[in-house]
Design a binder for this molecule. Structure first.
Ligand code: KIV
Ligand code: ZN
Length: 502
């Protein structure tokens, strides 16, 4: 079977989507998980776009072994220099440069002729090639570009040293049959194409990102660009887990396979959701909460007789275990650690220990602690950094006959104890007013989300908050059986991130 390379752009195109911005530490954690997943290439960011992006690409290039590490760059020397400065620490660096090729973009955005666009692209690739062996060139908006022009520009950049040519359907406009044809035509008509990888990058505006990518693979694409949970500009990028599992499940038919370790898929999806606070919809293919559930009686009956009646792949393949076993207050450290390993967490001893303390406290309150509870408890601590403030206690009075009042006590890493009480329009407002008063900063709260981790009134309530300072967004999470405690934890966790990264 032919290998299809998986180019992950979660940390670049994915991170551009609203609510998905990540700190350097979170990107590094995500990149580590992508290396466990065994993606072939990690697009770690767009180096010139911000100092934070540059630093996170550099850190990923320095620390992540295995996948090639890539930075995006416009077809300009300053961009290419910045990309190279960030990725040069990797043993497999790649520069990804791009320029628009559709008549619409060339006329209205670039104000350049075809000849000028070819000249700029060739110059950029030649320049990048002096710095780095592996160069990818993308013809932005290729889905709406003239085919003859694509053959020409791709042939020229290949002569200039490109090792990968990428065909983006930037606005998710094409349909599978048409996009497959485009790839086949590029393969048949571009001089030198046999020397390079043909890559595709499909957006999901019509919900066809994955279908277009698979059609491209059938017609000769050797690399697919995609993002975990399908995040990305507007309606997102083609989803990594869907592409990988389509190739895995229909490998015989397609005669293709990937290098992905599929049992890391579930954990990768979860990690991204817990970092960004953006959950996937329950019916999302592969990683949605309902993806492997059978509700209808006829289906349940069929599955009990033979799973294959209604299951085309098994949950275990993506790293999802049966949730039959539960832990309780008599479960020991060993069982807890083993469960985390089974759930796909890659945690340090210190993180495991911290999780165990939280687990014990929860097991005292709830008879049965499920996998979802455990995931929720430890997810907050997967990305480690020095936290300035810790919640010592929060106490709230609220109701329809009283003014909501919160008393909050924090300890700081320098050993200081801070305490105050504030009123608010409701209990959440009162808590946030008190915390802001203690840390002495007013924050711009962008989003506040509460969700119950499991069924039942004794469920853990998980709170995600997003605060925005200047142009940067910081996400914090809290998890407790008392949602007001989770509320305070989440706000403090976002503030700690802000203080650390600023
Ligand atoms: O969608 C797009 O065209 C892109 C390119 C930069 C590859 O993201
Ligand atoms: Zn894109």
């Amino acid at each position: 079977m032919d290998i299809v390379k998986i180019f992950d752009t979660t940390l670049r195109d994915g991170e551009q989507s609203p609510g998905c911005s990540m700190t350097i530490g979170e990107k590094l954690e995500m990149a580590k998980q992508l290396s466990y997943l065994n993606v072939d290439i990690i697009e770690a960011g767009f180096a010139i776009s911000s100092k934070g992006d540059f630093e996170s690409i550099k850190k990923i290039a320095q620390e992540i072994k295995g996948p090639a590490i890539c930075s995006l760059a416009r077809a300009r020397q300053v961009d290419i220099d910045a990309a190279w400065e960030a990725i040069k620490y990797s043993s497999r660096p790649r520069i990804h440069t791009f320029l628009a090729t559709s008549p619409l973009h060339m006329k209205h955005k670039l104000n350049k002729s075809e000849d000028e666009v070819v000249a700029i692209a060739v110059e950029a690739v030649k320049y990048a090639k002096k710095l780095c062996e592996d160069i990818e060139f993308s013809a932005e908006d290729a889905g709406r570009s003239d085919r003859n022009f694509l053959y020409r520009i791709f042939a020229e950049v290949i002569k200039a040293g490109a090792t990968v040519i990428n065909v983006p359907d930037t606005v998710g406009y094409t349909v599978p049959h048409e996009f497959g044809d485009l790839i086949r035509d590029i393969k048949n008509n571009t001089e030198g194409i046999e020397k390079v990888d043909i890559s595709v990058h499909c957006h999901n505006d019509l919900g066809l990102g994955v279908a277009n990518s698979i059609s491209a693979v059938v017609n000769g694409a050797t690399q697919v660009e995609c993002a975990v949970n399908g995040i990305g500009e507007r309606a997102g990028n083609a989803s990594l887990e869907e592409i990988v599992m389509a190739i895995y499940t229909r490998g015989e038919f397609l005669n293709k396979k990937t290098n992905i370790k599929t049992t890391e898929i579930y954990r990768t999806s979860k990690l991204l959701s817990s970092i960004t606070g953006v959950q996937v919809q329950p019916n999302k293919a592969i990683v949605g909460a309902n993806a492997f559930l059978h509700e209808a009686g006829i289906h349940q009956d069929g599955v009990l007789k033979n799973r294959m009646t209604y299951e085309i792949m098994s949950a275990e393949t993506i790293g999802l275990r049966d949730q039959e076993l539960v832990l309780g207050k008599h479960s020991g450290r060993h069982a807890f650690k083993q469960r985390l390993i089974d759930l796909g967490f890659h945690l340090s001893e210190e993180q495991l220990e911290k999780g165990f303390v939280k687990f014990k406290a929860l097991a005292d309150e709830k008879k049965v602690v499920s996998d979802k509870d455990i995931e929720s408890l430890v997810s907050n601590d997967t990305v480690q950094f020095e936290e300035k403030y810790k919640l010592e206690y929060v106490q709230v009075t609220a109701g329809n006959t009283t003014t909501p009042t919160a008393t909050v006590r924090l300890s700081s890493k320098d050993g200081e104890i801070l305490e105050t009480a504030c009123i608010g329009t409701g209990p959440v407002d009162a808590i946030y007013n008190a915390i802001e008063q203690l840390v002495g900063i007013k924050f711009n709260l962008q989003e506040y989300i509460v969700h119950a981790v499991t069924d039942g009134t004794d469920a853990l309530g998980e709170v995600t908050v997003r605060i925005k300072e200047d142009e940067d967004v910081y996400t914090g999470r809290g998890s407790d059986t008392d949602v007001l405690v989770s509320t305070a934890q989440a706000f403090i966790s976002a503030i700690n991130k802000f203080l650390y990264y600023k």
